[in-house]
Design a protein around this ligand. Structure first.
Ligand code: BGC
Length: 373
């Protein structure tokens, strides 16, 4: 696919770009892969990382509904955040003969061999939300703009503390996501590009010392498997060890699972609405939106998972029907082997001021989900 890109000279990210799904189909072996039929006989495999986080349940359910309403058969599997389990589930799906495989990887680097099997079987592969690394056997990637997610978190902290106006010093604690998730680097990079200058100028002070010297060291403050409990105990350790005589003013949490654990640690340490720090997040999970309304989280970056599923369902149909597959970025996501043609969606900042207009009015939550009725 990268070669096709190069051939037709589509190397710029600026415009909305379309690629030939027919060209992609032509590389498939065997049966009538490009017949254009989207009947119930056509199977689509979907491999999701875990049911333990709200967003992946929503993602899987919505994508399954869309694919079924497009007339496809769907094999949807969740892997309990275990890499080996995801690999064997994908192997099983491949044996069932799908046309397209949609994968949100647990460990972005662990799927090369199983995707080689998919390639051999003529199956097209779409990476869902998280990029699959170190393999050429991937056709497309659909995600939200991960760098922008981090930028929105960083800019929120910058604005709320008045850093651009020279305010400070503030006590600040940064966290990053799971070291095996390629997205986590993008989130951190987006935030660090905003915040690191203030760490360097001394407007942000990191009493724990856990401020990576550069973006490349992001994994040093990563929370494995995005576990809320691990984030909680890390925050407890930092508060107990470095905050005896001071309080924390801002915490960069890359997603809502971590923000939940961090809020728990703050609560146990006696923080109240009087001194609650600026606390970021991502995903607009229900418990976190409730925390935003209750003053225990400042913001979250909402990625309307319905839009991502919509986009991926469109890609699947385009591939199966041999139509052009729409992408809008062909430069940002180099997976170590190829630059993967991607479709990036736009994330949105949620604070208590727009919970109603964005999350409720759009039907993402009902008022009663959030205790609003
Ligand atoms: C996703 C986030 C999610 C995190 C933990 C990331 O790859 O982009 O939305 O919070 O994984 O599951």
């Amino acid at each position: 696919m990268y070669n096709i890109l190069k051939k037709v000279g589509l190397t710029l990210a600026a415009a909305s770009i379309v690629l030939s799904g027919a060209a992609c189909s032509a590389t498939r072996g065997g049966e009538d892969a490009s017949s254009g039929s989207a009947g119930g006989d056509t199977l689509i495999g979907v491999s999701m990382p875990t049911k333990s986080l709200e967003r992946w349940n929503r993602d899987g359910q919505h994508l399954e509904e869309l694919l079924k309403s497009d007339g496809f058969g769907v094999s949807l599997q969740y892997a309990d955040n275990k890499v080996e389990q995801q690999i064997s589930q994908i192997e099983n799906i491949i044996n069932d003969g799908p046309e397209v495989l949609v994968v949100a990887p647990i460990d972005g680097s662990a799927l090369g061999p199983v995707l080689a099997q998919a390639k051999q079987a003529g199956i097209s592969v779409i990476a869902y939300d998280r990029l699959i690394l170190d393999t050429a056997d991937i056709d497309y990637y659909a995600t939200f703009d991960n760098y922008q997610v981090g930028q929105l978190q960083g800019k929120y902290i910058e604005q709320t503390l008045g850093l651009a106006d020279g305010k400070g010093p503030f006590n600040f604690e940064p966290f990053s996501g799971s070291p095996d998730d390629n997205n986590a680097r993008f989130f951190f990079e987006g935030a660090w590009d905003v915040l690191q200058p203030y760490v360097q100028s001394g407007q942000l002070v990191v009493p724990s010392g856990k401020a990576p010297a550069s973006v490349d060291n992001w994994q040093s403050i990563g929370i494995q498997a995005w576990a809320a409990t691990a984030a909680q105990s890390e925050m407890e350790t930092r508060l107990n060890s470095f905050y005896q005589d001071k309080s924390v003013d801002a915490v960069l949490a890359p997603n809502d699972a971590l923000a939940l654990g961090i809020a728990q640690a703050l609560e146990s340490a006696g923080y109240t609405s009087d001194n609650w720090p600026v606390l970021t997040g991502q995903d607009a999970d229900q418990a976190n939106v409730e925390n935003i309304l209750g003053g225990k989280q400042s913001m979250t970056v909402w990625k309307d998972t319905r839009k991502l599923s919509d986009q991926v369902a469109r890609m699947v149909s385009q591939i199966v029907n041999g139509e052009t597959v729409e992408v809008n970025d062909t430069t940002s996501y180099d997976n170590g082997k190829v630059v993967v043609p991607s479709y990036l969606l736009t994330p949105i900042v949620i604070t208590k001021d727009n919970v109603q207009s964005e999350l409720v009015d759009s039907g993402f939550y009902s008022p009663s989900d959030l205790g609003l009725s």
